[in-house]
Design a protein around this ligand. Structure first.
Ligand SMILES: [Zn+2]
Ligand SMILES: [Zn+2]
Length: 158
C-alpha cells in the first residue's frame, strides 16, 4: 500500500467513525477497541475497526475477503489494520498476511524481521512495520471455510 493509498484508507475509516448515538442522538465516547458508548443511554456502536474485531472475536480468524463480506468493511481497511499492527492474526490461524518483500507468512505488519533489516537498516520507518511470523503454519487450501458458516447462519435469520 502506497502512502497515497494509506491516506485514502484513513479517510475512509474516519468517515465511518460513529459520532452520534443512533438510538437517542446522544454523544458517543470511544471506550477502546473500536467501541463507542453513548454517554446518554449507554447504547454501543462500532467503527470499522470495532466491527472487524467483533467479527474475529465471534467467528475466529477468516480471510480478509470473508471478513469484508461479513462486516461490510472495505478490504483495504482490513489490510490496513493488519499492516498497522492494530489487528493480529492469532497463532494457529489458517490465514496469514504476507511479508511485502519475501512473501513469508506474517501475523501482522508489513515486513518480516529479515526483510526489514535488509530493506532499511537504521530507518525507524521500517522497524515500525516489522511484523511477527507465526510459530507454525497450517497448510490449508480451503479459503472459504469460515465464510460458509456465516452465510448459513445468515440464511437462518432471514
Ligand atoms: Zn444514546
Ligand atoms: Zn520477508
Amino acid at each position: 500500500m502506497s502512502c497515497k493509498e494509506e491516506k485514502i484508507v484513513q479517510k475512509m475509516f474516519m468517515e465511518n467513525v460513529p459520532i452520534c448515538c443512533e438510538v437517542c442522538g446522544g454523544k458517543l465516547k470511544h471506550i477502546g477497541d473500536g467501541i463507542y458508548k453513548c454517554q446518554n443511554c449507554e447504547h454501543k456502536e462500532l467503527d470499522d475497526f470495532g466491527k472487524v474485531k467483533a467479527f474475529l472475536r465471534d467467528n475466529g480468524m477468516a480471510a480478509a475477503y470473508d471478513i469484508h463480506l461479513a462486516t461490510g468493511v472495505a478490504m483495504q481497511e482490513i489490510e490496513f489494520f493488519l499492516k498497522e499492527g492494530r489487528l493480529e492474526i492469532p497463532e494457529g490461524s489458517k490465514f496469514y498476511i504476507k511479508c511485502e518483500k519475501c512473501g513469508c507468512a506474517l501475523r501482522y505488519g508489513r515486513y518480516c524481521n529479515d526483510c526489514a533489516l535488509q530493506l532499511k537498516l537504521g530507518l525507524m520507518d521500517a522497524f515500525e512495520s516489522i511484523g511477527e511470523k507465526p510459530k507454525y503454519t497450517l497448510n490449508v487450501k480451503d479459503k472459504k471455510g469460515k465464510m460458509y458458516t456465516y452465510e448459513d447462519e445468515n440464511k437462518k435469520d432471514q
